[in-house]
Design a protein around this ligand. Sequence first.
Ligand code: KG4
Ligand code: ZN
Length: 344
Amino acid sequence: MVILGVETSCDETAVAVLNGRAVTHLLSSQIDLHKKYGGIVPELACRRHIETIGPLFHELLTRASITPSQFNAIAVTVGPGLIGALLVGVSFAKSLSYALQIPLLAVHHLEGHLAAIFLEYPEVRFPAVALVVSGGHTELYRIPEEGVYQLMGKTRDDAAGEALDKGARMLGYDYPGGPVIDRLAQKGNAERFRFPIPAVEGLDFSFSGLKTALMRTVSGLKDQNDWSSLHPDIAASYQKAIVESLIRKTLSALKQVQAKSMLLVGGVAANSLLRRRMKEEAERVGVAVYIPSPEYCTDNAAMIAMAGRSHFERHDFAPLDISPQPHLELLSAPSERARPVEAT
Ligand code: KG4
Ligand code: ZN
């Protein structure tokens, strides 16, 4: 089976071909376009997607040595995301689906991040707990079986990636700040500054207090002569507080669910400390940990094609009049929706 994946929900234009287990994926990042604004400018993102998607698709056909007539279906991210950005990918996919007379598969962006696991690890055992950590999301899900997602906890304010991006910005670095903090922290002493590990009841997260604590530290130190030499220690201490909060809640969720597997996905799952600590801690309590390779953690279209494949297998095809849905909730597979969801 050959599935084309299309992803344009935020600032990456991405296309991929999933041909059996073989993946070819291409990505055009807009980081340089948005850098000077300190975050993503939706209108600019949308225009750049329009310019990029056609040429990127043609390059994909060449790289994968494939012709459109070989596609069996087209999977596209329908939400959540920036409305204008989503519209570009959805319109592109709808046109191809109509022209080639093949099914359209509407994929939730987070379902895509979760499917990234199956690109590399088909053997995951259930029940599982998933931590989805990206620039827009910090959520814990119980997954009793493939395709069934039950929300257990989420951030009450910023997402973890957002907290890292804003933290890096306070230190004077460009967007996206997560990879910068990761790099700086590797040379820093995480014990030098004491940032509070956010404590919220239950399985929810909160990073706004931590961000305020960083702001206070920065304003107290930034006029010192050796200011930039403090960045690695500040980054390491700040990153540690975020990572430890993610670990603590995940461990509670694993216990509640009696999980066999832990899935760590989303852009922040590329973080080296989080990857290492999650493996250590979850494996210590006997749970297998699955984390995609860093290239499949951040937004890409291979994960969308993979999620699309399970829609295809259960004949969950989208009509040609679908619209992008910027605030879409992650729902379970249609056959599971009727089941009562246990209280979490
Ligand atoms: O999943 P993603 O590519 O886009 C969204 O769906 O949001 O995630 C982007 C987020 C950004 O906040 C970025 O700073 C963060 O992932 N990120 C990282 C790393 N690489 C990307 N955060 C920490 N360490 C990294 N190595
Ligand atoms: Zn994402």
